[in-house]
Every structure is written in structure tokens, then in C-alpha cells.
Design a binder for this molecule. Sequence first.
Ligand code: LLP
Length: 421
Amino acid sequence: MDHFLYRDGILHAEDVAIPDIAAAVGTPFYVYSTATLERHYRLFEEALAPLPHLVCFAVKSNGNLAVLKTLARLGAGMDVVSGGEYLRARAAGVPGDRIVFSGVGKTRAEMRQALEGGIRQFNVESEPELLALSEVAAGLGVTAPIAIRVNPDVDARTHEKIATGKKENKFGIPIARARDVYAEASRLPGIEVVGIDVHIGSQLTELEPFEQAYTKVAELTRALRDDGHRISRLDLGGGLGIPYERSNSAPPLPVEYGAVIKRTVGDLGCEIEIEPGRLISGNAGLLVASVIYLKHGEGRDFLILDAAMNDLVRPSMYGAHHDIVPVIEPAPAAERRPYDIVGPVCETGDTFAKDRPLPPVAAGDLVAFRSAGAYGAVMASEYNARPLVPEVLVAGDQFAVIRARPTFEEMLNRDSIPSWL
Ligand code: LLP
């Protein structure tokens, strides 16, 4: 169910009218729906039941403390990839034993931080990392629970910048080498092997690549058990895609994804972990912007917004599509005309969409980018000295600013002038 609907001709987030938030916060801003976050989390819970499991939300997709707390309240675990994300998860009330730590470049300081603060498992991506982790853990007099991330050499059939499971990608250990590396791990004093980890990419719109990868993980589980390892957990990563274009795409549902998991690894007696980000937070958020100008160019019309590539980088970075809709519902018969929808940043790359058909729009109108709750605010920057875009959370008829727009004074005060100037 969609919690961003027109009511009486005005786009709402749950029971809150978007123009009311715009009046209170100013544009641009992100707005998230609690009901959507909760619903999507529960879809995964239901998809994996009755297998023993933990749904670990990928903090990288949306790390706002209020978003994390919304999910933590439901019992969610978290997948983190930096010391900063680890601290965010802890600050949102997530216990260490529900946090998995992924990523190819964990530093010793980050390892120590997680070992001291409490951690469910490290997903180890290389032999040097394994050795470093063993040393850090042994130095603290503890053992680090680990899964080794294997690279199954599967084509995720997604955008090349977010595919991770092919042998040419920087992620994981080639699955053919896994037995050797597990043997090495079991000999290290600071390491306790608990499972296997795999993640093949993001925005996957087919189940087949998951099926291939998880089948390989099931084979590896049996082989490693034959070698004497205790494999009690399988972390199957994230990556299930969402329908960015409502009109023409329908990626598989969590329940269908759950069926693949049950079919491939369900009989191994392992606890299943998954790390979904986008499917939980993506369609739980809008980016709302105002039209600054309508500009008639040579043979094309530009819609210039007050949001830019620094606020939502996905279109410039990946050529990603986001549906863009007017906040005031157009008449059903309204004529649609193509616009190039752009931001104010001084780069041609600051283009959200080309030749996008839109009903009549005017300067001052509000528009909303759909599916902007994942990899939106977290990837924002202050390029062109534009303040970081604020975030708002809606729950029913309430809304609250969950990250305020910084003032220019705050932005200036972060710099300092050296004594010789
Ligand atoms: N686990 C690991 C180890 C990951 O690397 C990722 C995403 C996830 C889980 C969550 O994947 P999801 O369920 O959200 O697809 N910035 C890009 C997406 C980068 C994804 C990176 N890793 C975008 O805007 O499309």
C-alpha cells in the first residue's frame, strides 16, 4: 500500500499534507513515512518466517537516527559499513548483538570500536582483514565472530556501479578459495567462525541471480561442515530492487524472495540474516522541491528546481529514474508536455530527467520525487555551498524534523582560517 497519495487533490504523506510540511520546513526536504518503513520491514519478517532469522537493515541506505529507531523498535538488526554507521545504530538503540559489520576496508580502530561496543559478526572480505581482525581481537583478549564474504561470480544483472558479485568486483573472497580461507580462519587465535556471507549487488529486479548465489552458498555450507567448521548462520545480503517507474516495472516481492531462500538454504538448519536497505527505505521517502523557473530553451523547456544533484545524486551518478509528480494533483485530462528537469548547480550533469512529460507547472509549484528514501539524503553533499537537505518523518497525522537544515553560519563555522592568513 502506498502511503503517499493524493487526498482532495493534494499529495499527502500518510495523513499530513505535503504543502503543510513545505510551509513549516521550506524546500527542498526529504519526507519519510513511518507506516511504509514498518510495512516493508514486516514484509521481510513474514517472508522469512518460520526460519530462524534476523532482518538487518542496511544503514547505508538511510542512516537517520529516527528512521533507524523506527525499525529498531520492531526488533530489526542493522548492517553497518563504517564506525560512523555503527555508532548511529547504537545511538538508535540497536544492541551490538544485532549489528553485522560489512565492508572491504574496516580499519583496526573500527574493529576495536565494534568489539568493545558489542557486535554480532564481522563479514570479512579478505585475508589481510582476517589477520588484522584476529590481532585486534586477541589484543583485547576476545574472539571476533566472523562470516567470510564469498564472491560467487554471479551476474546480478543490475547497474555496473552497484553489482558486487562478479569476480572482477572488489568484494569478497572467490568462492573457490573459501575452504582454504576458512581453514586459515579456524587456526587464528582471535577468530571464531560462525557463518558465511554473500551479497551480489543492489537493485536486482530478478530472482535468478539470488537463486544461483544461494545455491552456491548451500554447497559451500555442506563442504565447510565436512571440513569441521561450525556454520550456524548465513548472511544472504541485500539487494532486492524496487519499482522506480510505477508505470512499467514490478520487481519480485519479498515473499517470492523468501521462497528462494527457503528453497536454496532453508534445510541447512542455519539462522538466516538478510541486509535489505532500498526495499525498506526507498519507497518510504519523497524529495520535495519547488519550481524556481520555467525556462524556454532552444527546442526544449527547462524546469529549474530548488533541489539539485547535491541533494539527490542518483540521476546524475547512475542515470537513475525517479518518478516526479506535482504536489497538487493535475486534472485527469491535463495535457502533458516534455521538460528537462534540472537543479541550480553549475553543471550540465545536474539534470534529474530529460524530456519528462509533466502536466502544466508554474514557478512556485511543489513537485515530489518518488522512491527517494534510500540512497537520497545519505548521499547528499554541500556542493555549491548548498546546505544539506533536511529530513522530516511522518507518523499518521504528526510530523517532525528529524534533521534540520544547517544554517549558513553553522556551515561557515566548520571551516577555520590558519594563523598565517
Ligand atoms: N549489504 C551490503 C554488503 C551492501 O553493499 C548493500 C548495498 C546492501 C546490503 C543493501 O543493498 P540494498 O538492499 O539497499 O540494495 N548508492 C546506490 C546503491 C549502492 C548499494 C551499495 N550496497 C544507489 O543509489 O543505487
